[in-house]
Unconditional design. Structure first.
Length: 113
């Protein structure tokens, strides 16, 4: 096992998903060379942007990648990712998104009745 705890956590998820580092790089949009540093240097950490991309791709949280602990549920990871994305939206974009969500919920209820 690698001495970098971040690389160890990523290895754990890659094994669960039967994926390679290369496929993780391609799927997440993080350059392979920047990822590979994690396995070569014990104290290396991905930057915030790369961490967010990895978390989104691996369906986990940036906090888990960086700090470990209990692996969050998929629902918790999705909520954390949504929160990150929502924080980047303007007020007008948030209002439009909320209207769309509410309309979809109403339509879904109507379809189930």
């Amino acid at each position: 096992m690698n001495t970098n705890p971040i690389a160890n956590r990523l290895d754990e998820l890659l094994e669960q998903r039967n994926e390679t580092r290369r496929s993780m790089a391609l799927g997440s949009g993080v350059q392979y060379d920047r990822l590979n540093v994690l396995w070569r240097r014990p104290g290396a950490k991905p930057n915030a942007d790369d961490t967010a991309k990895l978390a989104r791709y691996l369906e986990t949280t940036a906090d888990w990648i960086l700090n470990g602990g209990d692996q969050p549920s998929t629902h918790a990871a999705l909520r954390a990712q949504a929160s990150e994305e929502l924080s980047l939206l303007s007020e007008a974009e948030l209002r439009a998104l909320l209207i769309g969500i509410q309309a979809r919920r109403v339509a879904s209820r109507a379809a189930n009745d």
